[in-house]
Ligand binder design. Sequence first.
Ligand SMILES: N[C@@H](CCC[C@H](N)C(=O)O)C(=O)O
Length: 276
Amino acid sequence: MTQTIAFIKMHGLGNDFVVLDARLTPLPQMTPHIARALGDRRTGIGFDQLVLLEPSETQAFRMRIFNSDGSEVEACGNAARAVALLHSEPAVIETGGGPIALEPLDGGARVDMGAPRFDWDAIPLAYPMDTVTMPVAWENLEAPMAVNVGNPHVIFFVDDADAVPLETLGPVIEHDPLFPERVNVNVASLAGSDHLKLRVWERGAGLTRACGTGACATAVAAIRRGLVASPVRVTLPGGDLVIAWAPGGTILMSGPAAESYRGTFDWDDYAAGAGA
Ligand SMILES: N[C@@H](CCC[C@H](N)C(=O)O)C(=O)O
């Protein structure tokens, strides 16, 4: 007998999610096949990420994240703000990238995303390399910085982020063998002494309206290079986030989130033919 599953559609700056809440009632096992089928905007519900909330043995609850290509990943900044809004009270939660602290605000949230990591094997890269000014280039994109903020990011500072053909270069860089777990690709330009403009090609999801972890990684990279001072306003196609970070500390991300609608789907409609 098929199971009817309730979902909540949410977004952070247009980066959209389907949230499944299995904290009290367990759901059938999520697989990459089902996540991909649900995420298909032509035949499924459609989303950038699927967010699965489960009980945790160590924190208030656990947030699992699946990209629209079905891959399970460690972190999602915009989803963290959406989940903070849904949970509606402060909480420390478990993620694949480590614990993060949620604080709901009116129409959004502040999230402590933990400390960034810069070592080549923490990104991870395929071999040892300076991650502050990487000696690599893809066409006109050169000398990026790599940061892991729970998930892996590479950041290119350019004169005009809008002029970069991210839809063609993004997938090439995402799948370059230098990044054994693939990578999220950020192109940023300076808009002021505390303001960056950012576009992101997301690993496993493509071009999105906004990427919270991309904003965190890019702000940290720009502060580390001495390009901007914290707190940094990061303007994405979907709107603005504010990121605060000091070397040695954790990253604080603030910004909006919203619920779009609630619905249900039949599990068997998406499980058909499911292998992995
Ligand atoms: N939308 C995100 C990031 C989602 C995960 C990412 N695509 C990855 O594969 O690491 C955000 O807001 O941070």
